[in-house]
Design a protein around this ligand. Structure first.
Ligand code: ATP
Ligand code: MG
Length: 468
């Protein structure tokens, strides 16, 4: 048996990965992609191959587990590419959130190749490969169309069996040119069918293909994705893509509500939510996605709504980028408050006694965020923070802070929102008055006494170790 020649092959020899099985029903492709002329025979869409010395993607920046999967596929004769957002982020010098892999191996073959794996999805099946520590690497077989174009394909009578495709088709079924690049583990090159490399260099967000309007109509969520990536990268949206957004933004209402909600929640927590909101408003997508919010942005208070929205989202971005864990409820509160506080219903709310107008705020919240729904726990916390704004004003004017106000679990968040709004409007803030904030409860005396000697002993033993 010949020894593996490259250092890289060590990954395939590790436990947990099975070598090629002669019993597999479909024959894996034995040649490397560079030796497969049939893949690249279409001259019109001949890919640009960027060799390793001409790009910055290094294996040291790729997850160990993703490399294991890539090498295992390659060593078993399959094409193995890193695909999608991970290639984009690596080329931009950013750390990718996840490393997705594309291959010509079918789901059943993948399942046999990776012992700890599972096929997920019914129509568009992909494989999750599980690793110790809970890490999951997603591997998908090259497809000829996006799962979101599925509705149209089904109505045209295309069977499920026709979903697999070539690498070229897989590149073209994607959304944006910068998301359509492949990193080939066989020779460490970048394969570019869609012009993504040039767009990355020039800072352009462009929908793949000659007809962006058609692609946006097929799956309107692509418009939100164009805005997302423009906000995250600071790139310019290309003219035809931008015009498609302006013309077809209303079509987003045709998409499943839960899918659209998941998309914008991702943007709120991205660390670029302010830039995202600005582009959403400019493109007209904001009014279509948030029909209940749109009236506030068109009202006579629109200047105030924008000021508060951009100010609060700017603060949210700072928290996210500083690594602060922000709850979904607080994010939602920052997002919704500017639209809520200018409604006649909010302004007509008269809270004379120290009570929380939760019922009224809950129904206002669902109106402004209509048609989206949220987990009850998230909605309840958001309602609590919002309805506390009345009590905070009341406590400030009376100069008294009863325990039932500061003892609320959401008191810190409520004061944070109050102070931020005051700051944005140039008005006095409450500030970090310790009497108003419920800090962490002090340790019980008896526990402290017990812990101290232990700690001192620990320190002594440490210093002794150093001296020895
Ligand atoms: P993120 O950093 O947010 O994960 P991403 O580009 O990786 O960004 P994903 O939602 O993980 O986004 O999608 C992975 C890839 O799938 C994308 O890069 C893109 O190529 C493709 N994709 C996602 N959504 C669509 C869509 N609606 N239409 C076509 N291709 C899509
Ligand atoms: Mg991703």
């Amino acid at each position: 048996m010949s020894k593996p020649s490259s250092k890289a092959n060590k990954f395939s020899r590790r436990k947990g990965f099975r070598k090629k099985r002669p019993t597999l029903s479909a024959q894996p492709v034995q040649r490397l992609p560079a030796e497969q002329p049939d893949l690249f025979k279409d001259l019109e869409h001949h890919p640009r191959i960027i060799p390793r010395p001409e790009h910055c993607v290094s294996r040291k920046d790729i997850d160990r587990e993703a490399l294991k999967v890539l090498y295992c596929l390659k060593d078993n004769g399959y094409i193995a590419y890193l695909v999608g957002g991970s290639v984009r982020d690596l080329l931009l010098g950013r750390r990718p959130k996840d490393f997705d892999i594309g291959t010509n191996a079918r789901p059943e073959e993948l399942k046999k190749l990776f012992r700890h794996s599972r096929i997920i999805g019914r129509r568009f099946r992909l494989v999750h490969v599980y690793f110790r520590g809970g890490k999951i690497i997603e591997v998908s077989t090259f497809r000829c169309r996006s799962e979101h174009d599925d509705r149209e394909a089904t109505s045209e009578g295309i069977e499920d069996t026709n979903i697999f495709g070539s690498p070229k088709e897989d590149a073209f079924r994607r959304d944006l040119t910068i998301n359509g690049l492949f990193y080939n583990i066989a020779d460490f090159s970048i394969i570019d069918y869609v012009g993504g490399m040039a767009d990355l260099k020039q800072g352009i967000i462009r929908v793949i293909g000659d007809d962006p309007a058609h692609r946006c109509l097929k799956d309107p969520v692509r418009m939100m994705r164009a805005v997302r990536h423009a906000a995250r990268t600071g790139f310019t949206i290309e003219t035809n893509t931008w015009e498609s957004l302006l013309r077809h933004s209303g079509k987003i209402r045709l998409c499943a509500i839960s899918r659209v909600r998941d998309e914008w929640l991702k943007d709120l927590s991205s660390g670029y939510s302010r830039a995202w909101a600005e582009l959403m408003i400019k493109s007209g997508l904001f009014a279509s996605v948030f029909s209940g919010y749109a009236s506030a942005l068109e009202s006579e208070d629109k200047g105030l709504v924008r000021k508060l929205l951009f100010g609060l989202l700017g603060y949210l971005d700072r928290m996210v980028n500083d690594g602060v864990e922000v709850s979904e409820a607080l994010m939602l509160t920052f997002f919704v408050y500017p639209g809520l506080c200018v409604t006649p219903e909010w302004q007509a709310l008269k809270v004379e006694r120290l009570k929380w107008p939760t019922h009224e705020v809950r129904s206002l919240l669902s109106e402004v965020l209509s048609p989206y729904d949220f987990r009850r726990s998230v909605r309840d916390v958001a309602v609590q923070i919002l309805s506390s704004q009345w009590n905070i004003s009341m406590c400030l004017s009376k100069g008294k802070w009863p325990k039932r106000v500061w003892n609320k679990a959401t008191f810190r968040e409520s004061v944070m929102l109050y102070d931020l709004v005051q700051e944005i409007l140039g008005q006095p803030v409450i500030g970090p008055d310790p009497h108003l904030r419920s800090g962490p409860k002090p340790l019980k005396k008896s526990r402290r006494r017990k812990q101290r000697p232990q700690r001192i002993r620990h320190l002594i033993s440490e210093s002794e170790e150093i001296h020895v």
